[in-house]
Design a protein. Sequence first.
Length: 313
Amino acid sequence: MAVPASLPVAVSPVRAGLRRTRATVAAYLGLTKTRIIEQLLVVTVPAMFLAQRGVPSVWLVLATLVGGATAAASAHALNCVADADIDVKMKRTARRPLARGQVPPRHALVFGLALGVLSAVWLAFTTNLLAAALSVAAIAFYVLVYTLLLKRRTSQNIVWGGAAGCMPVVIGWAAVTGTVGWPALVMFAVIFFWTPPHFWALAMRYRDDYAAAGVPMLPVVAAPAQVSRRIVYYSWVMVAATLALLPVTSWIYAAAALLGGAWFLAQSHKLHAAVVAGRSVSSMALFHRSNAYLCGLFVAIAVDAAVGLPVLF
């Protein structure tokens, strides 16, 4: 006998339990902001290739990526705990697990701290103590300096707070060499100066969100033309920083840095010109292209190191 359409179909306890488990796992994964982690790992591997001046041990690469991903997950989870009150006010973040009440704040805090400890212990045993210490420093800087100190107090929050996102290249270099060489610091600088144009382009799109949450991102407190002008300034400094790697790379990287840099500068100037002229403009185009630019630049670093051609200087 068929069940009438108006009557609900009973769900078995096992199936219901599996659904709850999947939902819980998805919520905890949501705390870690996995998309951002992917971007951080993209720059770690090329840094390791350059440090090795070739292809490093597959085990070392995997160990560093696992430790780096765990450290980033820790920082993001703790960031979600600290920002839970403003996430509910912003459309872009209103679906995060804490904003939707999917994870108790105390559980999220314990989860984030546990991931931080796990990442440090893992890196200490599988790479070296310097890489482990740098991962702890990156977590502490992101949570304590950027999230708790700068984010709600100054429009320069992402400029200085973005330093935490530069740490994966230094950690990758340290995992290979046990030191922090000057090329690692150059790669750090490239990402440091890349971050403001990248994030301000996003913040221009979500200006009203940040204003509603009381977060003084630059587009909230400055006129659009001022924001786009600073994007141009930082873009020029970023491209100049990429050229500092020429003494340790070949024509492969040089071509990518020069052509890619010229393309990105053209995009940033295009955005600024449109803003000044009062034309309709999508800042998200620059946001997405900045991701493509950084990925392409670091892929060039990896290929250059793997091929092993003579350096330019």
